[in-house]
Design a protein around this ligand. Structure first.
Ligand code: KG4
Ligand code: ZN
Length: 329
């Protein structure tokens, strides 16, 4: 089977070709226009998708050596995400699908992030824990089978990606904040500033990052770089405070479920310090990360999961519409 995946849930315009579980091409165009606003402007993002989609899909086809007539299906992100940007992708997918007389399959973006781990590790087997850490979500899931998921805990306020993005704004760095903070933290000493780690009650699997962000805001109010504390030390300390909480919660989830494997999904999974810390602190466990290109938003994960849905006949008719608040369950 050959399937075209399309992703437009936020500010990445992406298309990929997937054939029998293998990714033949994966094209992502990140809309740089938003960095000057310090965040994504929904209306601007929709217009950008509109003008980029045709080109991005053509690139994906060209790179894979596949022609439109060889496609057996199209999968597209249905939600969660911005209503207008999702609509752009879905309308494009439906138009193309109707023209080619092939099925169009809606895919849950969050489920796509989780399944990106099968691309990194083909022999990944259920059950496993998933730490889902993106710009809008921070959740721990017990993944028992395809479609069988139990929420173990989630954030009560900001998502981990949001803590990176809002922290970056306070620090005068650009959007998206995660990669900027990661870069600026290089060479900094993460033990120099003791930012709070909100671990909540002893066994809690919930998260809270808003206090950390406020604490950075107050700290920066009267911070002046000196020989003993550099800005890179502050940034490394802030990053470490986020990572420590994530690592501790994954540790608790292992304890609670008794599972042996945890996969990390979503944009924050691209963070090298998080990867290193998880692998070091939890070295007796199996921790799986998607390839870097499949961490942040991409269409490979949408194509891969869409193909599974077609195979198992688990999709609605073409009548489906956008679901900006779609949950995993
Ligand atoms: O999954 P994703 O691409 O989009 C959503 O579905 O939200 O995640 C985007 C989030 C942003 O908050 C971004 O700052 C964060 O992932 N991110 C990172 C890194 N790369 C992206 N956070 C930390 N370190 C990174 N290297
Ligand atoms: Zn995402």
């Amino acid at each position: 089977m050959i399937i075209l995946g399309i992703e437009t849930s936020c500010d990445e315009t992406a298309a990929a070709i997937c054939s029998d579980g293998k990714i033949l091409s994966n094209v992502v165009s990140q809309q740089l226009i938003h960095s000057k606003f310090g965040g994504v402007i929904p209306e601007v993002a929709s217009r950008e998708h509109e003008s980029l989609l045709n080109q991005v899909v053509n690139y994906a086809l060209l790179e894979s050596g596949i022609t439109l007539n060889q496609l057996n299906a199209i999968s597209v992100t249905q939600g969660p995400g911005l209503a207008g940007t999702l609509l752009t992708g879905i309308s494009f997918a439906k138009g193309l699908g109707l023209g080619l007389e092939i099925p169009v399959v809606p895919v849950n973006h969050l489920e796509g992030h989780i399944f990106a781990n099968f691309l990194a590790y083909e022999t990944l087997a259920f059950p496993f824990i998933c730490l889902l850490v993106s710009g809008g979500h921070t959740q721990l899931w017990s993944i028992e089978d395809m479609g069988k998921y139990t929420l173990l805990g989630e954030t009560r306020d900001d998502a981990a990606g949001e803590a990176f993005d809002k922290g970056a704004r306070i620090l005068g760095l650009s959007y998206p904040g995660g990669p900027e903070i990661e870069k600026a933290a290089k060479g900094g000493d993460p033990t120099k500033v003791q930012f709070p780690r909100s671990l909540l009650s002893k066994e809690s699997l919930e998260f809270s990052f808003s206090g950390l962000k406020t604490s950075l805001l107050y700290f920066m109010d009267d911070f002046k770089e000196t020989n003993s504390i550099k800005l890179s030390d502050v940034i490394a300390s802030y990053q470490k405070a986020i990572i420590d909480v994530l690592v501790e919660k994954v540790n608790r989830a292992f304890f609670k479920t008794g599972f042996k494997t945890c996969v990390i999904a979503g944009g924050v999974a691209a963070n090298q310090s998080l990867r290193k810390e998880l692998s070091t602190v939890l070295n007796s466990k199996e921790i799986i990360f998607p390839d870097l290109s499949y961490c942040t938003d991409n269409a490979a994960m949408i194509g891969y999961l869409g193909e599974l849905k077609v195979k198992y006949d688990k999709f609605e008719s073409i009548e489906f519409s956008v679901k900006p608040n779609l949950k995993l369950i």
